[in-house]
Design a protein around this ligand. Structure first.
Ligand code: GLA
Length: 355
């Protein structure tokens, strides 16, 4: 059952909505058309209580004011960081012989999550069905200096099985690049429960992208024998203070795992996370080839829903995507280029198992 109510106003007076999908299990997904953003996932627990497992805010103004967490938002055109494509050191890419420079949003030569005003800050049109909402945003040719009028459609379905299915479709009138993701911050013990480090995580991957100061170098590292190996489940906190330079640089986990080859683009389970007591498990299924594990290392005590305080490492993000900076890394398996008129499609499912 879908219900729609006003969420509030943005700074320019635009009204945005809060759309709730209640499923037959008594759980509710709430999303807003500001940033095609998941504002809550309220799970009905075995004892009848309700547990909201994603971080967020109570008003659109708070989402608008926050320029760096991307809580729950749809990220576009390009998730993650794009670095320099030439010796200017400016982030950008070369497509069909033309160079496109992008905003340096990180201050160290990288453009993060779509630029200064990414899709997380756009108002999407939407339609709804019994158990879904379908968002649509057309990014004009040249927005954030990306070529082509690009239309991104994001359908979020929340069925009785407590699975949030996110389907992306993108099409452009010129060749361009696109790599959308969703940036939910999960805390399976409850968004306001604080410490996250006792969550167990498992990721079906043997390799990560090597980083230097959070920027993909293009080298691939094996996780075997390192604190990045989550092939067997580990608590997030177990090895987070390890001396691996990437963990030190990123102040925790913030890196992209290369998932097992998937030539037929099957939607397969690639990761799971479990609350400290094991009463909520999140299974992540996707056809994407990469997944970013980010442990909220930039969270700094900001005030969220209902006055909850979100502190350092109070959440875990599992962001599915094409490998970061793929446009500048021709040896990566999948390119983020979409040709004019061709559709990019990808599906990710966040399936919750409540015990
Ligand atoms: C991503 C990045 C992080 C951080 C967050 C947003 O997950 O990898 O470094 O920028 O987004 O705060």
């Amino acid at each position: 059952m879908v219900t729609i109510k006003p969420f509030g106003k943005l700074a320019d007076g635009t009204e945005v909505d809060l759309i709730a999908i209640q499923n037959s299990s008594g759980s509710t997904l709430e999303v807003t058309n500001y940033g095609a953003c998941v504002t809550s996932i309220k799970l009905k627990m075995a004892d009848g209580s309700i547990r909201d497992v994603v971080l967020g805010y109570d008003t659109p103004a708070e989402y608008e004011a926050d320029k760096d967490t991307y809580f729950g938002a749809t990220i576009g055109r390009i998730a993650n960081r794009i670095n320099a494509c030439d010796d200017t050191g400016k982030p950008g890419f070369i497509l069909n012989g033309k160079t496109y420079y992008l905003a340096d949003t990180s201050g160290n030569g990288a453009s993060l999550h779509g630029g200064v005003i990414g899709f997380d800050q756009k108002v999407f049109d939407y339609t709804t069905g019994d158990d879904y909402v379908e968002f649509k945003y057309t990014s004009p040719d040249g927005e954030e200096n990306y070529p082509g009028n690009l239309t991104l459609t994001v359908r979020m379905t929340f069925g009785g099985d407590n699975a949030l299915k996110i389907e992306y479709d993108a099409v452009s009138d010129k060749d361009t690049i696109c790599n959308p993701t969703n940036h939910c911050y999960f805390n399976l013990a409850g968004h306001d429960s604080g410490i996250n480090l006792k969550h167990k995580v498992c990721i079906d991957s043997d390799q990560i992208n090597e980083l230097l100061q959070n920027i993909v170098t293009g080298k691939i590292s094996d996780v075997a024998g390192t604190a990045y190996d989550f092939n067997e489940p580990h608590e997030i906190g177990e090895r987070i203070e390890d001396s691996h330079y990437q963990l030190v640089d990123s102040k925790g986990y913030d890196c992209n795992y290369i998932l097992k080859p998937n030539p037929t683009k099957e939607i397969r389970q690639v990761a799971w996370a479990e609350s400290p007591t094991g009463d909520v498990r999140l299974n992540v299924l996707t056809d994407a080839e990469g997944i970013q594990l980010y442990t909220g290392n930039f969270l700094d005590g900001r005030k969220g829903k209902g006055g909850a305080i979100y502190n350092f490492r109070n959440a875990v993000c599992l962001e599915t995507q094409i490998l970061p900076n793929a446009i500048n890394m021709p040896h990566f398996p999948t390119s983020s280029v979409i040709k004019a008129g061709e559709h990019f499609n990808s599906t990710t499912i966040y399936a919750f198992d409540v015990k």
